[in-house]
Design a protein around this ligand. Structure first.
Ligand SMILES: [Zn+2]
Length: 85
């Protein structure tokens, strides 16, 4: 169970019953890879570089907001997300 004081909760808002899709990360424009997980700020990149781990796939709302897999698992009940199959 997630604590409401979890450091990753920073007032993010999602519409009720937000529908998420699990996808490989796609930048908004080619070469423009500046997206982070909405919660823990793990960077999203199209390829795994050397160095700290990044997310190459995750959950997206379709409006260029990305959520990494661990955060999805931790917050799916809090936000009542549904997954598009
Ligand atoms: Zn995350």
């Amino acid at each position: 169970m997630i604590d409401q004081d979890d450091w990753r909760l920073q007032g993010q808002t999602f519409s009720n019953d937000e529908l998420l899709r699990f996808e490989r990360y796609v930048p908004p424009r080619p070469g423009s890879e500046h997206d982070h997980c909405e919660f823990c700020w793990t960077p999203f990149r199209t390829v795994q570089p050397e160095g700290p781990p990044v997310a190459t796939e995750g959950f997206t709302t379709g409006d260029q907001r990305w959520i990494c897999e661990p955060c999805y698992e931790d917050f799916k009940v809090v936000f009542d997300w549904r997954l598009m199959s």
